[in-house]
Write a protein that binds this ligand. Structure first.
Ligand code: 5GP
Length: 203
């Protein structure tokens, strides 16, 4: 049986990592091989977000109860809210030989790496900070106070990119997705994917 791996995706809010990870999970190439770790959070759902699909939305009390029972692989307080990775789902998927995708912040990534040293860490960022600011404001899901907080946090997170195995620059979604899919193909299946141009030349 193939051995599953933990794939960690981090990057500032607005870098496009949510869209990228959703695309990965929908791709036939990774179907049945890659599963998402559904994080728990105490933050309120955004418009369009669904409990059990995007996050497990919990009250602070329920979250802290789970934390006390040791149910999280890691948990962090990010932007005044708690976020955590439920441990049971990750272990169950790995046992079945599946890889697990964790979309978590840089501090959580450090904790997971210390527990699973062969976890692969991928950092997603925008080409510039100005691009990030533009994307965050365009999203329109946060208050201006929250936006400022996320932007400040992003600057600190970007400093951590150098500790990641791979950095994907999301200037265009198509290119970033192609780069990310190549990384995962290599890391999960040990398969180097030919660049389109190279593949064309050989046909
Ligand atoms: P958002 O509120 O925008 O969905 O997420 C805010 C930040 O929390 C993002 O950087 C996201 O990756 C991170 N995050 C989401 N789930 C988890 C988790 O389970 N653990 C940790 N440490 N961070 C998380």
């Amino acid at each position: 049986m193939e051995k599953g791996k933990i794939i960690i995706l981090s990057g500032p809010s607005g870098s496009g990592k949510t869209t990228l990870h959703q695309k990965l999970l929908q791709s036939p190439a990774f179907k049945g091989k890659l599963v998402k770790s559904l994080s728990a959070t105490t933050r309120l759902p955004r418009v369009g977000e669904k409990n059990g699909r995007d996050y497990l939305f919990l009250s602070k009390e329920d979250f802290l109860d789970k934390q006390k029972r040791g149910e999280f692989l890691e948990f962090m307080q990010v932007f005044e809210n708690y976020y955590g990775t439920p441990k049971d789902k990750v272990d169950a998927a790995l046992k079945k030989g599946k890889s697990v995708l964790l979309c978590i912040d840089v501090k959580g990534a450090k904790v997971v790496s210390s527990k699973y040293p062969d976890a692969v860490k991928v950092f997603v960022k925008t080409p510039t900070l100005a691009d990030l600011k533009k994307r965050l404001s365009k999203r329109g899901t946060e208050s201006s106070k929250d936006l400022e907080l996320r932007f400040k946090f992003a600057k600190a997170e970007l400093k951590e990119a150098k500790h990641y195995h791979h950095v994907v620059v999301n200037g265009s979604l198509a290119h970033a997705y192609r780069d990310l899919a190549r990384i995962l193909n290599k890391e999960i299946f040990k398969k180097a994917v030919l660049a389109k141009s190279a593949a064309k030349k050989s046909t």
